[in-house]
Every structure is written in C-alpha cells, then in structure tokens.
Design a protein around this ligand. Structure first.
Ligand code: MTE
Ligand code: MO
Length: 251
C-alpha cells in the first residue's frame, strides 16, 4: 500500500494525479456542487469529509503561468510609513510574530529570505470572477510558527496588513490546518523576481486551498489567537466583517 506521505510526495513532484483526478470528478458532480453551496458550516464539514484538507492544491508548469497577473484590491498601501519602507527597499521593515507564541519575533526581510523556501505554481481564484496562474516563492508559515513556538491555546493565525480601507485595516485569518499546510507560505518572490508592490510587497500569504481574498498582501504582523471575536469586527477578515464573505473559503 502506498503511504499517505509517499502519495503527497508524488503529487508534489508532479507525477501523481490520483487525488486530483478524484477531486475533479467530485467537483463535476452537480450534487457535490450543491453540497458546497449549502452554507458555510456544511461546506466545511462536507469538505472535511469528502476531501482531505491536507491534500495539495494543484501545481502547474512554468509555461502555464498567466502572461499578466493582475493586482486586485489595494495596489499600494497609502500610509507614509509604507512609502518610507518602499523607498529604502524594505531594509528597515520587520515582520512581527506575536500573540500566543512562546517567542515573539521581529524578522527582517533579509532574515526571512535566508530561510528555507518553497516555490509553487498555482492558480489564484478571485470571487470577483477572474483567475490567474503564478509562481510564488516563500518561507513555509509552519516554519515561522515553529520558530516562534505556538502555545497550546492557539487556534487561529491572523494576518495584519499595512493597507487601510475606509474604516478598517485589511486583515485575514486561517485555522491551524491551513496554517500548517505544506503549501501555505509567506511569499517574498513572484514569477522569479521580488514580490511586486501591487501584489503585496514585501510579504504576502499564499494559502493555496483558499479563495483569493484569504491571501493577505502587505502582511506586517502575524498573530496567534485562541478566538477571532476580539479582532476587527469579529468575523475573521476584512471582507468577512464588511461584506459577509465566508470565513471558510476553501476551494
Ligand atoms: N492587504 C490586502 N490583501 C489582499 C487584498 C487587499 O486589498 N489588501 N485583496 C485580496 C483579494 S480580493 C485578492 S483576489 C488578492 C489579489 O491578489 P493580487 O493583487 O496579487 O492579484 O489579494 C487579496 N489580499
Ligand atoms: Mo479577490
């Protein structure tokens, strides 16, 4: 019998397809699509039952990349602080990692870029009706959380962003299953170059089993929490608070 680890490994190497073919068939069935539309709690339970949340998102070949990967939402945070960071190439910028961790951290971009990294070519799906395939390079979130040392009470990871919307900062959150997933990375590279400002420089989340709005750009602080109730409007994200988007946006 092929072990789960070997199966995931072969998928990661691009030679598998077993799990993915299975998912495609499920997705094509109207009954399954209906299930997925039947409310968030049901979506989450159905996906936990039917799909494996540890399964990898499909990865593509370099030639599959979209010629243009558009920017959506904020294309440049408007604060003076961000402008100053941008002007000196983010040399003094720091990523803070705090909340329910044993060792709060403040990491420079150089430190983050020197860490082990992963490169993946994936499809980004925005609920506004567009998709694009891009290549992302970054440090696994799992590694950052291991270094900081998650406390036992931690249940969610919150991403605080540098951009302001009317009345609120952009933020997002995911649970620990997605946070520790092997394709969940804090990306500093895109399509072989440094992450461009319109796509979230210097650092953005890629959480490949989730819809586009979960992929927080301009992340400046990662916070581990036990509950989302006290953050923002309490629903786990900017769009969740302001527009009733689903918190669990699995694809
Ligand atoms: N900080 C921040 N993150 C964000 C957004 C944003 O406006 N601000 N937009 C979200 C949405 S809706 C999408 S589809 C993607 C777009 O990523 P892109 O600009 O690289 O295309 O970022 C997401 N993350
Ligand atoms: Mo989006």
């Amino acid at each position: 019998m092929i072990s789960r680890r070997r199966l995931i490994g072969s998928l990661a190497a691009g030679s598998g397809g077993l799990l993915l073919a299975g998912c495609d068939r499920l997705n094509a069935s109207p009954r399954f699509r209906e299930l997925l539309r039947g409310g968030e709690a049901l979506t989450m339970r159905a996906q936990r039952l039917i799909t494996d949340r540890g399964a990898l998102a499909r990865e593509y070949r370099p030639e599959d990349r979209s010629p243009v990967f558009r920017s959506n939402g904020t294309s440049m945070p408007s604060s003076a602080e961000y402008a100053a960071h941008m002007a000196n190439g983010f040399a003094d910028w720091r990523l803070r990692i705090d909340g329910l961790v044993a060792r709060p951290l403040a990491l420079s971009l150089a430190q983050i870029m020197a860490m082990p990294h992963r490169t993946q070519i994936t499809r980004h799906d925005c609920v506004e009706g567009w998709s694009a395939i891009g290549q992302w390079t970054g440090v696994p979130l799992r590694l950052l959380l291991d270094i900081a040392g998650l406390r036992e009470a931690a249940r969610y990871i919150v991403f605080h962003c540098a951009d302001d919307f009317p009345g609120a900062r952009y933020y997002e959150s995911i649970d620990l299953i997605d946070a520790l997933h092997p394709q969940t990375i804090m990306a500093w590279g895109m399509n072989g170059a440094r992450l461009p400002v319109p796509n979230g420089a210097p650092l953005r989340l890629r959480v490949e089993r989730m819809l586009g709005y979960k992929h927080a750009k301009y992340v400046e602080r990662i916070e581990a929490v036990a509950s989302l109730a006290a953050i923002g409007g309490g629903r786990g994200g900017y769009w969740e608070d302001s527009n009733d988007y689903e918190w669990y946006a699995g694809i």
